[in-house]
Design a protein around this ligand. Structure first.
Ligand code: GLC
Ligand code: CA
Length: 506
């Protein structure tokens, strides 16, 4: 693979806790992941991105990192992580790790020192004049963004109180993270996902997308560029594409997740506009777009696309809102072919390739997401998209573990196991496998040419000659002239493309 492998890569997101359990404690781990590498190779992905695998009290699924240079004992050891990186490379799969620079964990050595009064300037400690929090900032998980310590000072945490925010004005913090990047690059890691990338720099009155943040990524880019073929991908949730583009300047991050696409409703005008906007903002920078349908923070795409309102909004998660899952499933299949045909990289969140729906009936006492706790049990949160993968068999734990999975799996998932789908030509898994294979040769990095089509149809051609047509209307439409159908997300109606169906033609 060329050194710019990431420009057109299909990247599979592994939520380690829920992927495969190797030792029967109900928690996914590196042993489980290593045993499933053949699955990932056969699926046809170019890279994996792993959510944080570091030692952590797990107050936020590991996004509260206690030590950026080691592995959580639930997942394995550092030696095993290195072995995994080697084995993944042997299987032709690159490895991206998650680095969390906005905040730490209350269990980190630095924060423990800070509690004893040493080095508080690595974090955001403030006095308050009136006995209340220093300002009215709210945590993204609900409640105040400040917590008071014993001697009366308050520390800032944009997320959970267990996640104290770093002070990026402190050069020690900058040096520490550049060193963490080197630590993982030295171990062969091919890329780094930058968590909450727009929040790092704060002023006394604002914390989102301040100009100073770009200087940090210039430093990170210099580190990445000192190794061959490494990449940085930013988690930048900014509604304004022009602001997002600033993170992708040639001396900053290589790519960013396209949340505009993820949040876009399944509607022809909105999708067309989103795709155009994405391409228009990326092209002048020479940065490849990415196409993202889901991740560990949002409701599963099958469930989202079956709702009356198919858009996504963090502030209104629409948990429990009725979803027509059959419709959502059909649309998710079409969306997969759309996302994989667009120019640039594509992300696949584990279970997306199985068509898993959101699990909405997890009992409250089993829920682990801090959103659930911090909202006073009003927002169910993100556990529903993090339920362990069903691999095989007729009942839970479906080959995920020999013990009890950390979140319960629905009985109905017997129809959605890898085993049940592997030989089924009509399954979601087969669609993903075929599409990822074709994509390797015919799609990925490059440009597209829009083709004339009715307003409710998206139709475009790629350099290879592959044409993608998606019908987002309510009536079948005629296919454009073609020689052959390479792949379709659902049955065709003769020469016509049914609603909520996508097709790849040559
Ligand atoms: C990112 C992660 C999310 C986490 C948050 C705080 O948004 O994707 O899972 O809760 O950062 O680290
Ligand atoms: Ca385990």
């Amino acid at each position: 693979m060329p050194e710019t492998w990431w420009r057109g890569a299909a990247i599979y997101q592994v939520y380690l806790r829920s992927f495969a359990d190797g030792n029967g404690d109900g928690i996914g781990d590196l042993a489980g992941l290593r045993s499933r590498l053949p699955y990932l190779r056969d699926l046809g992905v170019d890279a994996v991105w792993l959510n944080p695998w570091y030692p952590s009290p797990m107050a936020d699924g590991g996004y509260d990192v206690a030590d950026y240079r080691d592995i959580h004992p639930d997942f394995g050891t550092l030696a095993e992580a290195e072995q995994f990186i080697r084995e993944a490379h042997e299987a032709g799969i690159r490895v991206i790790v998650d680095v969390v620079p906005n905040h730490s964990s209350v269990a980190s050595a630095w924060f423990q020192e800070a509690l004893r009064g040493i080095g508080r300037d690595r974090f955001w400690f403030r006095d308050s004049a009136d006995g209340g929090p220093p300002n009215d900032w709210q945590s993204i998980f609900g409640g105040p963004a400040w917590t008071q310590v014993e001697d009366g000072q308050w520390y800032l945490h944009l997320f959970d109180p267990a996640q104290p925010d770093f002070n990026w004005d402190n050069p020690e913090v900058r040096a520490e993270f550049e060193d963490v990047l080197r630590f993982w690059f030295d171990r062969g890691v091919d890329g780094v996902r930058v968590d909450s990338a727009a929040l790092l720099v704060k002023s006394e009155s604002a914390f989102e997308d301040l100009d100073g943040v770009h200087d940090i990524y210039r430093g990170w880019r210099r580190v990445a560029d000192s190794y061959p073929g490494r990449m940085l991908v930013g988690e930048v949730w900014l509604p304004d594409q022009e602001r997002l583009a600033r993170y992708l300047r040639p001396d900053e991050l290589h790519t960013a997740f396209n949340f505009d696409f993820l949040a876009c409703p399944w509607e022809p005008a909105a999708l067309r506009a989103c795709i155009r906007r994405t391409i228009a903002t990326h092209a002048p920078l020479g940065a490849p777009p990415t196409w993202v349908l889901s991740n560990h923070d949002v409701a599963r795409v099958v469930t989202r696309y079956g709702r009356a309102d198919t858009s996504w909004d963090h502030a209104d998660r629409r948990d429990g809102v009725h979803s027509d899952l059959e419709l959502g499933y059909r649309r998710a299949r079409a969306a997969a072919l759309l996302a994989m045909a667009l120019p640039g990289g594509v992300y696949v969140y584990q279970g997306e390739e199985l068509g898993l729906p959101e699990v909405e009936d997890i009992p409250g006492e089993l829920r682990q997401d801090p959103m659930w706790r911090r909202s006073g049990h009003t927002v169910p949160g993100r556990d529903g998209c993090r339920v362990p993968i069903p691999w095989s068999g007729e009942e839970p734990p479906f080959g995920f573990s020999t013990g009890t999975p950390w979140l319960p799996q629905p009985e109905e998932w017997r129809k959605l196991t890898v085993e049940a789908q592997r030989e089924d030509l009509g399954s979601m898994l087969t669609l993903y496998r075929k599409a990822l294979r074709l994509r390797r040769d015919l799609l990925g990095d490059g440009t597209l040419t829009w083709l004339d089509s009715p307003a409710e149809v998206l139709a475009f051609a790629r350099e290879s000659g592959l044409t993608c047509v998606v019908n987002l209307g309510s009536d079948p439409v005629r296919l454009p002239p073609h020689e052959r159908v390479l792949l379709a997300s659902g049955p065709l109606d003769g020469e016509r493309l049914p609603p909520d169906t996508a097709v790849w033609l040559v």
